[in-house]
Design a protein around this ligand. Structure first.
Ligand code: NAD
Length: 468
């Protein structure tokens, strides 16, 4: 089986072969620019444990570089290089002006106490500072698998210990809690981006009819793998705002199925109180955690880890659409099998770009030192109130309080973040769908997304004067 990095490179090569870009330029885009390998000691109980960690900056064509930090026992240099590469293409695809990066710490987070995790995070951050691998204009981490707002707050605090005099220091990391210079809507951003991307694809009648579906998300059956940050919000929003039916969920401990639909909010509460998704109200426990992936459904959302759909199980996957919420969930081998069956694969580099898009908004907020909406919310509200008053006077009819409240509302930070995210996901989708439709030899959405990203990165290098 190919490694994750080899899979990404294979997908890159397939797309690169369909462009007219010079070979040297393609090689420059393809390779990781800086790879930092770390081994550092941390006191765990009475022992010193040597922790293995990485930070990879895939592309310096735009700075800062940007990418999450993963805590997992599966972290390898290969995996971090693959994830950093994907970040470059992802940022280019959704017009987020960063190069790609990724970090990984090889630990099983739940085997450590909070105090120990804090020590590991702070030491990892100090190493990044020492090697000049972090900073608002250098490299900006964010959450990924196994990390969240808590870790990002520790990173910021550690950075401030060393660089507190830097007026922009709060922009050294994103995904921070809102009360610690984060932004509203970041926690749900990746899952919400998955929803906007899926909704856009499903709205195009011509495309969905080809796979025997009616347009729209309402009533579509969905299976989700992984109920972490991404899977959870993707499920909640597709259900609550899109009217989809989540018929099965797979987690580490097993999988459950309920054809009537699963309330993800309630399932998450059940998991927090019992420690497992199994035994959830009315749902059937399936024989294994993999079993859910092979169920008959409209959409499969893998939102756990890479290499989950591989040569071994691809033939048994029955979903008409695979929505790659995780990074690299479908291997290059599996993709060939699925495309032959007519499955639509919405590529990770597009579909999970909601996280980095809202991280970009957070970075901008931090650099401007002001909450979005602060300047214009009241002004807009006053303008709308005047407008409503004028219409009432002219028509002799008046809106009731509820209608008035709705009509005169100025945009809050959360409204602007959601609208910016939707705009980003919709625009990017049509950019690479056009490549898919127009280029005769482009047979899948991933290749189209790669070509779109490669052309943008190539143009950056050409504009820099690095390549003729
Ligand atoms: P997370 O740690 O919050 O959640 C992942 C969940 O998957 C966990 O609940 C875990 O128990 C479960 N899981 C692990 N292995 C599984 C398996 N074999 N079967 C079923 N469930 C399994 O992680 P996350 O932040 O939600 O990230 C998930 C994926 O999305 C990763 O590939 C990550 O790189 C990608 N991603 C995350 C973000 C983000 O903003 N967090 C952004 C873009 C992409």
């Amino acid at each position: 089986m190919s490694t994750f990095y080899q899979s990404v490179q294979r997908n890159f090569d397939r797309a690169a072969a369909l462009t007219t870009m010079p070979k040297g330029l393609l090689s420059q885009i393809r390779e990781c620019n800086s790879v930092l390998q770390l081994r550092f000691p941390v006191k765990i109980g009475r022992q010193i444990k040597v922790i293995e960690a990485y930070r990879v900056q895939h592309s310096h064509h735009r700075l800062p570089t940007k990418g999450g930090i993963r805590y997992s026992s599966h972290v390898t240099q290969d995996e971090v290089m693959a994830l950093a590469s994907l970040m470059t293409y992802k940022c280019a695809l959704v017009d987020v002006p960063f190069g790609g990066a990724k970090g990984g710490v090889k630990i099983t987070p739940w085997k450590y106490t909070e105090d120990q995790l804090e020590r590991i995070t702070r030491r990892y951050t100090s190493e990044l500072i020492k090697k000049n691998f972090i900073g608002p204009g250098i490299d900006v981490p964010a959450p990924d698998y196994g990390t969240g707002g808590r870790e990002m707050a520790w990173i910021l605090d550690t950075y401030n210990v060393f660089k507190g005099g830097d007026i922009d220091s709060i922009a050294c990391v994103t995904g921070k809690p809102v009360h610690q210079n984060g932004i509203r809507g970041r926690v749900e951003a990746t899952g919400r981006g998955v929803y906007y991307g899926l909704k856009e694809l499903l709205s195009i009648e011509e495309d969905v009819k080809k796979i025997g579906m009616e347009p729209g998300m309402e009533g579509k059956t969905i299976v989700i793998q992984g109920l972490g940050n991404v899977g959870r919000y993707a499920g909640i929003i597709c259900r609550n705002e899109g009217g989809a039916k989540i018929i099965a969920v797979s987690e580490y401990e097993g999988s459950i199925y309920d054809p009537k639909g699963i309330d993800i909010d309630k399932l998450c509460k059940h998991r927090s109180s019992t420690g497992s998704i199994l035994g959830f109200n009315g749902a059937k426990n399936l024989e294994s955690r993999e079993a859910a992936l092979e169920l008959e459904c409209d959409i499969l959302i893998p939102a756990a880890l890479e290499n989950q759909i591989h040569k071994g199980n691809a033939k048994r996957i029955k979903a008409k659409i695979i929505a790659e919420a995780a990074n690299g969930p479908v291997t290059a081998d599996a993709q060939e099998i699925l495309l032959k069956k007519g499955t639509i694969i919405i590529p990770d580099m597009y579909l999970n770009a909601g996280g980095v898009t809202v991280s970009y908004f957070e970075w901008l907020k931090n650099l401007s030192h002001m909450r979005f909406g602060r300047m214009e919310k009241r002004f807009d509200q006053n303008v709308y109130e005047n407008l409503v008053g004028f219409v009432e006077k002219q028509t002799g009819k008046s809106a009731n309080n509820k209608e008035k409240k709705f009509l005169v509302k100025g945009a809050d930070e959360i409204d602007l973040v959601r609208s910016g995210l939707e705009e980003t996901m919709v625009t990017a989708y049509h950019q690479f769908r056009n490549v898919y439709k127009r280029k005769r030899n482009v047979k899948d959405l991933r290749t189209a997304a790669f070509i779109t990203a490669l052309e943008k990165i190539g143009n950056d290098y050409i504009n820099m004067g690095v390549f003729p």
